[in-house]
Design a protein around this ligand. Structure first.
Ligand code: NAD
Length: 499
């Protein structure tokens, strides 16, 4: 049994709390490692030494910091297969999907190589007689990121790369379900030249999260995970005077207009609904065909595609479309919600309940499910299932489809399939959701744009990656300077005004 560690001051460090969590191989159901759960004392000590390492890193010029990230990109590419394999083994997603998880994180590191440019301030020459005014973006100090299980490479990279590029020290508290890849990322950062202590990986659960939120040295916290925890972290962190951004759960609708290319829409729905076993915050979990005829035609196209999905372990390589869900508890929760769908009157068109994979009976596999005639009051519609379950809600017209998505409490992503530019444009303008796809099912913005939902899918006012990340991980200082003769002319006793 492997005993995992923390990463503190450039070394693997064993946990001292005496508490551990099991890390499973979701494909077999076996416990493959135990991960230490840090105590408050362990977290506080890691923050303290990060605070000692941070000033020298902040004083390193941004070009040199960017060079560490350049080297890090090379190392991520070098170790891509190794990282993907470790990721699949703990998460369960397929190898190509795991490589995509690393790749979408790597792209944010590439963006952060532009730090010298992104950190430039503003300058006003001669704002007054002999007066110049300029702003600087300065690192916050020690900042922290708390990340979910479903993207164990991408989301830690979305947090650590901009935080470090800005000159902060970064404490990562990854998900206790799949902590190995974050530890590997820390090793690669060291190999790339990051000074020890500037990046600490502290494994843990609520105790270490609370310790982060209460630690006075930690200046900012970035969180990604479920909405109840996002809300909790946002309120406790901000009450303690920290800068906090929290990204939560989702229920992403795809609207299919009668004029859409239904072959394309069906392909998109299958990929976006069942890819990664539905464990993506940008997964499409609700299909909204407009009009009964569109709905009937869509279901007809979906059923054979869903029935043909290949579910299996990542070790089966290209023969698998999606793998197991992350834990037995996740599997049970999906089964429970599917049962509420049946009990509350939805029509289960594809029934994945009896799915069984020979040789992997103890794995956390869930067969694909498709519901039709789901209504707004059902639990499978109101709650995030986070599994391979797609719900179809039939809308009589465009306005009803639009208001379904608008009225839902989550607002992470959405998509519309149509051939009509006017409808697509109206949708993009009116929808109250952060990320919109037009004939694109999973509209995750690229690294140089920003990622973030609206409503109960995000708390705080800045998005992840892109230029927003550089605002989140720095504070602005504005300097007003007068050189050189003002003082020689004597003091001023009334408030200075621009002449
Ligand atoms: P989670 O909320 O259970 O855990 C996220 C993090 O919070 C983990 O590091 C975990 O250790 C910690 N945590 C869990 N319970 C806690 C508690 N009671 N107190 C303090 N900390 C706690 O989420 P998850 O199951 O790992 O991830 C899946 C969720 O994340 C889904 O809801 C998904 O939609 C969401 N997600 C959102 C985005 C986004 O950008 N909006 C991206 C990915 C995932």
């Amino acid at each position: 049994m492997t005993e995992l560690t923390h990463w503190i001051d450039g070394k693997h460090v064993k946990g001292t709390s005496g508490r551990f969590a099991d890390v499973f191989n979701p494909a077999t159901g076996e416990v493959q490692a135990k991960v230490p759960l840090a105590s408050k004392a362990e977290l506080d000590a890691a923050v303290e030494s990060a605070a000692r390492a941070q000033p020298a890193w902040a004083a390193t010029n941004p070009q040199r910091r960017a060079r560490v990230l350049m080297k890090f990109v090379d190392l991520l590419n070098r170790d891509m297969d190794k990282l993907a394999e470790a990721l699949s083994r703990e998460h369960g997603k397929t190898l190509p999907d795991a490589a995509g998880d690393v790749q979408r994180g790597l792209e944010v590191v590439e963006f952060c190589i532009g730090a010298p440019h992104l950190l430039k301030g503003e300058y006003t020459d001669s704002a007054g007689p002999g007066i110049d005014m300029y702003s600087m973006r300065q690192a916050l100090g020690v900042v922290a990121g708390i990340t979910p299980f479903n993207f164990p490479a991408m989301i830690p990279l979305w947090k650590m790369a901009p935080a470090l590029a800005c000159g902060n020290a970064f404490i990562l508290k990854p998900s206790e379900r799949d902590p190995s890849v974050p530890l590997m990322l820390a090793e690669l950062m060291q190999e790339a030249g990051l000074p020890d202590g500037v990046l600490q990986v502290i494994n843990g659960d609520k105790e270490s999260v609370d310790a982060i939120l209460d630690n006075e040295t930690v200046q900012a916290v970035g969180f990604v995970g479920s909405t109840p925890i996002a809300q909790y972290i946002y309120s406790r962190g901000t009450a303690n005077g920290k800068r906090v951004q929290c990204f939560g759960g989702a229920k992403n609708h795809m609207i299919i207009m009668p004029d859409a290319d239904l072959e394309q829409a069906a392909d998109a729905l299958v990929g976006a609904g069942y890819g990664a076993a539905g464990e993506r915050c940008m997964a499409i979990s609700v299909a909204v065909p407009v009009g009964d005829e569109t709905a009937d035609r869509l279901i007809e196209k979906l059923v054979p595609r869903i029935e043909a999905l290949k579910v299996g372990p990542y070790t089966a390589g290209k023969d698998v479309d999606y793998g197991p869900v992350v834990t037995a508890a996740a599997k049970q929760n999906i089964a429970r919600l599917v049962q509420t769908g049946i009990d509350q009157g939805a029509e289960l068109v594809v029934d994945g309940r009896d799915f069984n994979l020979q040789g992997y009976e103890d794995g956390f596999f869930v067969g694909p499910h498709l519901f039709d005639r789901v209504t707004k009051d059902m639990d499978i519609y109101t709650q995030e299932i986070f599994g391979p379950v797609l719900s179809t809600v039939r809308a009589k017209d465009y306005e009803e489809a639009l208001s379904l998505a608008m009225d839902h409490e989550y607002g992470n992503g959405t998509a519309i399939y149509t051939r009509d530019g006017d409808t697509a444009r109206d949708f993009a303008n009116r929808i109250n959701i952060g990320m919109v796809g037009i004939n694109v099912p999973i509209p995750v913005p690229l690294a140089y744009h920003t990622f973030g939902g609206w409503k109960k899918s995000a708390f705080g006012d800045l998005n992840q990656h892109g230029p927003d990340a550089f605002k989140f991980y720095t504070r602005t200082k504005t300097v007003t300077a007068r050189w050189p003769s003002g003082i020689r002319q004597g003091g001023e006793f009334s408030i200075p005004v621009m002449e």
